[in-house]
Design a protein around this ligand. Structure first.
Ligand SMILES: CC(=O)N[C@@H](Cc1ccc2ccccc2c1)C(=O)O
Ligand SMILES: [Mg+2]
Length: 368
């Protein structure tokens, strides 16, 4: 595509209910939406940073700064640019993978819309709908957690993931098992534990969980392998898998038996597809993680989750899991426990301009 410019917007999207994880409670999602202006067409991407660097080192104002001062000027300097070259142009800059991923997606969406090709077909989707799991935050107490899980099961979610942290792990998991029996269930610690907690984590083995997600720190590859050796429950990594190289190292070290793939965390959907391919060749199951995306990122995630190696239900939930209003005209819904894979050109979603404006708290246009 020939790039004429980019528009960046910071959005504030109120959450339908507070979302508590081991690293804090969110009530408003602060996210960046990127629009690529190319060949008279436009493409949309999403930079999935949070307001504060609590999930990873990236955060909204940092992504805004690195995108406006370094990444967008570098991309515009290329003028004519294939989406597959975006990562190479940005490679000299270290890190800031979520910012890179959002810009790459906007360029990819513009190119595919111009071509009239869906991202799903470009990525290699093999199904037209994906099973939908849900991520449930830490509640006031285990009884409140049971109520929240019941609501999501009633909606039809096929897999439950509950957030845990020290002191809110065994009793919460036991309460869900007690209430709902052998439903597909997994936990996500968001790095809240250390090797000193090995006995607590081993106590989760009795609940026959699908996996335990990211118990230790992002850079604890060796420690995750040590922990995994003492657990019956498979260890799945999220924060640690920052690239296809990190995925390869995690598999080689035995740090992960399952991988949560998030395009923002690894630097883009093309890197995410490469990690899918690597894990599939190694016989390692993957699933699509979520970063409370708007309908833009959710559409891309639904297509990604439709690749053959995504054999476990992911966190591609319906729009109303987190939001009462989305920035796309047809928010994703849960239908028979599944979310549909968009089939239109590019990401296959249309932007609701009024909603986008209503949620915009900051905006910049940078032209070539
Ligand atoms: C669906 C899910 O659990 N996502 C992340 C955690 C997470 C939690 C809270 C967030 C708030 C704002 C932006 C991103 C966020 C990501 C995870 O799998 O670890
Ligand atoms: Mg996670």
């Amino acid at each position: 595509v020939t790039l004429d410019g980019f528009e960046l917007r910071v959005l504030h999207l109120p959450l339908v209910s507070p979302f508590t994880t081991s690293f804090g409670t969110e009530t408003v999602r602060e996210v960046i939406v990127a629009r690529a202006l190319a060949d008279g067409a436009e493409g949309w991407g999403e930079i999935v940073t949070q307001q504060a660097p609590l999930y990873s080192s990236e955060y909204t104002q940092g992504a805004w700064d690195v995108a406006t001062r370094f990444f967008i000027p570098a991309l515009l300097a290329e003028r004519s640019l294939a989406p597959e070259r975006v990562a190479a142009v940005l490679e000299p800059f270290v890190g800031h993978r979520m910012a890179k991923a959002g810009l790459e997606l906007a360029v990819l969406d513009a190119a595919l819309r111009t071509e009239g090709r869906s991202f799903a077909s470009y990525a290699g989707a093999v199904v037209d709908r994906v099973p939908s799991g849900v991520s449930v935050g830490i509640q006031r107490n285990p009884a409140a957690l049971v109520d929240a899980v019941r609501g999501y099961l009633d909606e039809g979610y096929v897999r439950i993931k509950i957030k845990i942290k020290p002191g809110r792990d065994i009793d919460d998991t036991a309460a869900v098992r007690e209430a709902f029996g052998s439903i597909p269930l997994q936990v996500d610690a968001n790095s809240a534990y250390t090797l000193a907690d090995a006995d607590t984590l081993a106590a989760l083995d009795r609940f026959d969980l699908l996996l335990i997600e990211q118990p230790l720190q992002e850079d604890d590859l060796v420690d995750h392998a040590t922990l995994a050796a003492g657990l019956a429950t498979p260890v799945c990594l999220d924060e640690s898998i920052t690239s296809r190289k990190a995925a390869s190292d995690a598999l080689a070290l035995g740090s992960a038996a399952i991988v949560n793939i998030k395009a923002g965390r690894v630097g883009g959907y093309l890197e995410a597809i490469a990690i899918h391919d690597l894990c599939r060749d190694a016989g390692v199951p993957v699933w699509c993680g979520g970063m409370l995306e708007t309908g833009i990122g959710r559409a891309a995630n639904a297509a990604l989750a439709a690749l053959p190696g995504f054999t476990l239900p992911g966190d591609v939930s319906a729009a109303d899991r987190f939001y009462t209003r989305d920035v796309v005209t047809e928010p994703a819904v849960l239908d028979d426990g599944h979310v549909r894979v968009p089939t239109g050109p590019g990401l296959g979603v249309d932007i609701d301009a009024d909603a986008l404006d209503a949620f915009t708290v900051e905006k910049a246009v940078i032209r070539a």
